[in-house]
Design a protein around this ligand. Sequence first.
Ligand SMILES: [Zn+2]
Length: 110
Amino acid sequence: MAHRFYDSTRWRNLRDMVIARHPLCEQCKSKGLTTIATQVDHILPIEEGGNPTDWTNLQPLCASCHSKKTRKENEPEKKIEQKITIPVTTFRRDSCTGMVGPSTVSCRFR
Ligand SMILES: [Zn+2]
């Protein structure tokens, strides 16, 4: 969920200043790539107690790296979601040959 801070004029000005001084994506730069940064990321997210206006907590990123990082931060929640998903058991049609009783539900398709 986007933090309310991101809608503030203070943040937009700060973001513009960071990009003006550091116009290249930090993560691409560390991989030896030259990519123009279009977004400024909080290294430690505000939600996790990161300082929203501290320059040392800010890094310029390109859209691709930023979305990758955001996805990584949300991963633990997604893993929990996947765990509670009930797996759907698929029956092989030929596996019910000779089976009798309520366990032969899939035989309907034969
Ligand atoms: Zn990048």
